[in-house]
Design a protein around this ligand. Structure first.
Ligand code: SAH
Length: 365
């Protein structure tokens, strides 16, 4: 059954308050359908702080809803850090069961406001270069725990008369390992009666789960797909990404071909540049040989240091030489600009550490 965004939102929020479904909730509080619409709109579109702030609702009803454990937010900010680049903020949030996640806001000098959100607490895929993966898996996030990360930063931005322009599922976790909740979150983020983000402004990044890439192709959404490739052959990829032993490079690339045939949409391939691991000129030539699709785009990512890892990053000059080889072979390529390294907010650095590493702590909530 396809549910609309309001239903998706209520299903999770009323479950938290101990109700089986929205109908039972509505009946308990004597809520007519227009009241449910008012409540959803206040939370998702008007970004009201809490039920108490929704003044169109009778005061008594607001008090009853709050007393009944009905709340707008499933996540609580613990620490918000701001990078010295003045563009990047990272939030550490606590969930109801004590698990912790991080999400990042990147304000690209006022042009774009991108948020990078988590789909899981931890991650089960254990990529050797990623600090989330090294810390292990805790659990899947629910749809509202995903949505409320966006709600948090949307409220922060609204206070400055700004809004979220882009959302990337590139925080903690593997979005396709929590497929249903992520797709429901996409529906919520997209809903014109709520945050109203265009599908083309949402990107899902996957470690390369072939069955889920196929399933995603069939959704026929305009949501962008990014694949964490990181290697031009199976030997290198399997050595640092255990998932490659389940889904080989060839299988991943075949799924990408099927995706393009079905959707005619571009795919972004992420490639973290690791010194003497995957960054030789021969590796660049190998990569250009598998980047044969006309809608393929390679995004080279400078490596961000992670605790305890034995990797080193490729220097800038070598990254540009690698990019040049791809370009000469006709492969579209960009080099990602990393933001927020000083507060461990860059790609691969999210691990929900309770104590911040940097000095730029502006809010200890
Ligand atoms: N699990 C999903 C979503 C994570 S997105 C995925 O694998 O795509 C985070 C991106 O940053 C991924 O491409 C990831 O491989 C990359 N990354 C991980 N560790 C990194 C590091 N230390 N430096 C730079 N990029 C890293």
């Amino acid at each position: 059954m396809v549910r609309n965004a309001q239903e998706i939102w209520f299903a999770e929020k009323v479950r938290r308050a101990g109700f089986a479904d929205a109908a039972a909730f509505a009946e308990h509080f004597g809520l007519k359908p227009y009241r449910l619409e008012q409540i959803y709109r206040a939370a998702a579109k008007e970004l009201a702080e809490n039920v108490e702030a929704v003044t169109p609702l009778p005061k008594e009803l607001r008090a009853q809803l709050e007393a009944g454990g009905f709340s707008f937010d499933s996540i609580t900010p613990v620490v918000i850090q701001r990078s010295s680049d003045a563009q990047t903020s990272k939030g550490l949030f606590k969930l109801a069961d004590g698990a912790e996640i991080e999400a990042v806001l990147m304000e690209h000098f006022g042009n774009r406001n991108t948020i990078c959100i988590s789909s899981q607490a931890g991650c089960a895929f254990a990529c050797a270069f990623c600090s989330t993966g090294q810390a292990g898996f805790t659990r899947n996030l629910t749809v509202d725990e995903i949505f409320d990360q966006a709600r948090y930063f949307a409220r922060e931005l609204a206070a400055k008369d700004k809004r979220i322009t882009n959302i990337v599922f590139m925080g903690m976790g593997e979005p396709f390992h929590n497929y249903d909740a992520v797709m429901n979150a996409v529906a919520l983020l997209h809903d014109p009666h709520g945050l109203g983000l265009g599908h083309r402004h949402i990107t899902i990044s996957t470690v390369g789960l072939v069955d889920k890439i196929d399933r995603f192709s069939d959704e026929r959404l305009q949501v962008n797909l990014a694949i964490s490739l990181h290697a031009p052959n199976d030997a290198i990829r399997s050595a640092m990404m255990p998932v490659n032993r389940k889904f080989s490079l060839e299988e991943v690339m075949a799924a990408c071909e099927r995706y393009i045939t079905k959707t005619n949409r571009k795919i972004f391939f992420e490639y973290v540049m690791l010194r003497d691991v995957n960054d030789s000129e021969e590796n660049a030539r190998e990569l250009s040989r598998i980047m044969t699709g006309h809608l393929y785009h390679v995004n080279l990512i400078p490596y961000n240091t992670t605790p305890g890892a034995s990797f080193a990053g490729t220097d800038q000059e070598r990254i540009w030489r690698f990019a040049g080889i791809l370009e000469a072979a006709g492969v579209p390529v960009t080099v990602r600009q990393n933001m927020g390294r000083d507060i461990a907010a860059a790609c691969g650095q999210l691990r929900a550490e309770p104590r911040p590493r940097a000095k730029q702590v502006v809010t200890q909530v």
